[in-house]
Design a binder for this molecule. Sequence first.
Ligand code: GRF
Length: 195
Amino acid sequence: PKLALFASGNGSNFQAIVDAVKKGQLDAEIPLLICDQKKAYVLERAAKANIEAHTFTLKEYGNKQAFEEAIVSLCQRHHIDYIILAGYMRIIGKTLLDAYQGRIINIHPSLLPSFPGLHAIEQAFDKGVKITGITVHYVDEGVDSGPIIAQAAVDIREDDTIESLTERMHETEHELYPKTIARILERKYVQKGDK
Ligand code: GRF
């Protein structure tokens, strides 16, 4: 199967997925990185890994539909099977959702449905919860609201700072995301309601 990875920033999850493919832990190809930020560090990671990268900015296209149509057409040209969001900081619109129904996956740094949206790690830390974690889920039209595929818990320790917690959250993501994608590709995850 062919994966298009979507990212906006650092791309450490992008890297974890690319590395898992290289190590033979994830049986997939990654023909494409889609980015929406011209200066994102993930673009350097893609160059190093020899992965074709395209930056689409909403500005160039004027509206979300035209922007997403351009992305869909590139993905279709590359025969992409799944879209993997890895720190892609945009809400997925109808055009992409319709084209890749049930095949768009996201990772979010909280135990959903708690703390959706931006700054989820800080939200949990500030609330004083004792256990937070990572969620991998299918993307629907809402914000971090689609069907949950996998979760991993991360304890918030007495002596944690936002930095130390963030570091453990990322480590957990880098382990959980490639593993979960592998399971999805093996069709080991069945959505509620599936026959
Ligand atoms: C991750 O924490 C992910 O859960 C969230 O955005 C962050 C991306 O980090 N959706 P990176 O760019 O993969 O390093």
